[in-house]
Design a protein around this ligand. Structure first.
Ligand SMILES: C[S@@+](CC[C@H](N)C(=O)[O-])C[C@H]1O[C@@H](n2cnc3c(N)ncnc32)[C@H](O)[C@@H]1O
Length: 257
């Protein structure tokens, strides 16, 4: 099968029941992945609090990996395409006592305009989604998100570091059999800022996460089986060193008026 990188192939990749059921376990299997999740949650909480936003939109939440970690949302809406993911997200929100805080809409993010007609938000976020598309489709999604954001509203999402991706790919490490073959766009800081400028957003913060990926992933893979707690502690402590090999950034962007 070829790499998923279009509206239909990316959507189809997450309609498979095995992918849905294993998704969270797969995303948090190693210490560096747990650190990535915790860093994303912390940054989302920080900026949600700082902006005092109540009307919050999440696009493509999957099983609500991040929303169940987000405090203080009274009026959240999420738009997720996969019927199977929607069911898991609703259950996890219920279990977290957040069912009344979020409305889960099953639908296509490329049709946000009609799905959420008339609804405007102060804060939007989407993780592991925009990155899977090439520029023409990213452009459509940025426009759809801009349209739903109030002036100066915030858009938060993950951005792959091209330098680190090149290093990983040059090592020729084969993907594991259960890894989805999906495209990731990657950037330098400059190329990312230029893209956001083109599409009408100012970058307020570009926060590096998993800052010393080479070492953090090595420790994760070696220690996970026998000493997962030690892996978590070491990988977390390495995050305080400002390495130049961050795996990703969390970008906090503001809709330009
Ligand atoms: C890699 S998962 C990311 C889930 C979650 N945001 C996270 O970071 O863990 C991608 C999600 O995008 C959803 N998706 C794919 N195409 C979509 C579309 N056109 N509209 C809405 N959701 C879509 C998939 O069903 C899947 O749940």
């Amino acid at each position: 099968m070829s790499t998923a990188d279009t509206r239909t192939t990316v959507a189809a990749a997450y309609e498979d029941e095995t992918v849905v059921l294993g998704y969270l376990q797969h995303r948090k299997r190693f210490a560096w992945q747990r650190l990535l999740h915790n860093s994303q949650s912390a940054l989302l909480n920080h900026w949600r609090r700082k902006s005092a936003a109540q009307r919050v939109l999440e696009v493509a939440p999957g099983p609500a990996r991040l929303s169940v970690e987000l405090a203080g949302v009274s009026s959240g809406v999420m738009v997720e395409n996969s019927h199977e993911m929607v069911a898991v997200a609703r259950k996890r929100l219920r279990d977290a006592g957040l069912a009344d805080n979020w409305r889960v809409v099953e639908g296509d993010a490329f049709g946000l305009g009609s799905l959420l007609a008339g609804q405007m938000f102060e804060f939007a976020y989407t993780f592991r989604f925009l990155r899977h598309f090439r520029e023409p489709e990213r452009e459509q999604l940025y426009a759809a998100l801009r349209e739903r954001l109030l002036p100066r509203g915030l858009l938060v999402f993950d951005v792959v570091n091209a330098a680190e991706l090149t290093r990983i790919e040059s090592r020729g490490v084969a993907k594991s059999a259960d890894e989805i073959d999906i495209y990731d766009v990657a950037y330098s800081e400059e190329s990312f800022r230029a893209e956001m400028d083109r599409f009408g957003f100012d970058v307020l913060e570009l926060a590096p996460v998993v800052r010393n990926f080479a070492l953090q992933s090595e420790i994760s893979y070696r220690l996970e089986r026998w000493l997962p707690w030690a892996a978590d502690a070491l990988v977390k402590s390495l995050e305080s060193f400002p390495g130049r090999q961050a795996l990703e950034w969390v970008a906090v962007c503001q809709k330009r008026a």
